[in-house]
Ligand binder design. Structure first.
Ligand SMILES: Nc1ncnc2c1ncn2[C@@H]1O[C@H](COP(=O)(O)OP(=O)(O)OP(=O)(O)O)[C@@H](O)[C@H]1O
Ligand SMILES: [Mg+2]
Length: 308
């Protein structure tokens, strides 16, 4: 089981769209995929399930917030399995192929962060060490059980555009970080900063692992899988000149870049989440759609190759 956090500090760069489509295509190819929505905005959740159904059937029992509430209240690690469901529409479309499951989010996840932050304390170095490791490792522990049961091939975590403790829990639990970015000035500005912050978190975490007298935690080593450019405008099959400079600048940072990118198309992507399944699983109705979908398929192939 490989765990991948999809993240970028910048909002609206296509993180959720990439996560949903990558998951859809992986599941279509027969893989078992678990999606975890750790963003209180819940965009990924509502890309697979209608808000009224979520409210009625899942909001009170099956959200990541509920799972974290047990932790914050009583340090109680309940099995993550109890919070997973298979969204109906996409499951029907996938038919007997792979599997696409979801742990949904909730706006109240904002308070979870405050709750986790308030648990970070300790008088002595050992107490502080234990508190840091414990509160950054909840998701690791939750996922461990799923891994031993071989329930999923991939876990994709859709992160919010921030670096709070829930996001840090996701990074600590990850084998890889995938960074969607728009090829423009502001979107690419933060990529270097993000990679450095991931690096600092890893160093801090591993420092505490070494300090822990009980040696009950393992060091972490999440790898930057790469930047995938999104909303790319093209001309004759190439990104337009205005975008190429930002793609090149990012390459010069020494951060891996996906050769494949996601093309821009407002009319295809704007209302896609309403359907309850990602556009990559849509029956093609125009040449334009085919082009966009092929791009996502090629990106997925590159993703699988990089993970191997
Ligand atoms: N390739 C694309 N072409 C055109 N529009 C797109 C594309 N990808 C995403 N969008 C649109 O851009 C908006 C932001 O996308 P998305 O929600 O995936 O970004 P995000 O990074 O997850 O945002 P947030 O930071 O708020 O979580 C949405 O309205 C989406 O429909
Ligand atoms: Mg999002």
């Amino acid at each position: 089981m490989k765990v991948i956090s999809v993240m970028n500090y910048k909002g609206g760069v296509g993180k959720t769209t990439v996560t949903a489509n990558l998951a859809g295509e992986l599941a279509f190819r027969g893989y078992k995929v678990l999606l975890i929505d750790v963003d209180p905005q819940s965009s990924l959740t509502f890309s697979f399930i209608k808000p009224d159904i979520w409210e009625r059937s899942f909001s009170k029992s099956k959200t990541l917030k509920k799972w974290f509430d047990n932790i914050i209240g009583d340090d109680l690690l309940t099995p993550l399995d109890d919070f997973i469901f298979d969204p109906e529409t996409v499951t029907k479309i996938l038919s007997e192929r792979g599997k696409l499951s979801l742990i949904s989010s909730d706006l109240g996840l904002i308070n979870v962060d405050i709750g986790l932050a308030s648990k970070l304390k300790g008088g002595t170095v050992q107490q502080m060490t234990i508190s840091f490791l414990k509160n950054h490792q909840w998701l690791v522990k939750g996922l461990k059980k799923l891994e031993s049961d071989s329930l999923y091939d991939f876990v994709l975590i859709d992160c919010p555009p921030n670096f709070n403790i829930v996001t840090k829990n996701s990074i600590v639990a990850s084998d890889y970080i995938l960074i969607p970015a728009k090829p423009d000035y502001l979107s690419t500005l933060g990529i270097d900063y993000l990679c450095r912050n991931v690096d600092s978190l890893v160093k801090e975490f591993n420092k505490f692992v070494k300090l822990d007298e009980d040696a009950s935690y393992k060091e972490i080593k999440p790898e930057i899988l790469g930047v995938v450019f999104t909303m790319v405008q093209t001309h004759r099959g190439e990104p337009i000149a205005a975008l190429r400079q930002y793609i090149n600048q990012t390459k010069n940072l020494g951060i891996p870049i996906f050769t494949q990118y996601i093309k821009e198309n407002k009319s295809i992507f704007a209302n896609a989440p309403e359907a309850g399944y990602p556009i990559v699983l849509k029956k093609v109705s125009s040449g334009l759609e085919r082009e966009i979908i092929q791009g996502i398929e090629q990106f997925t192939t590159e993703f699988i190759e990089k993970i191997k």
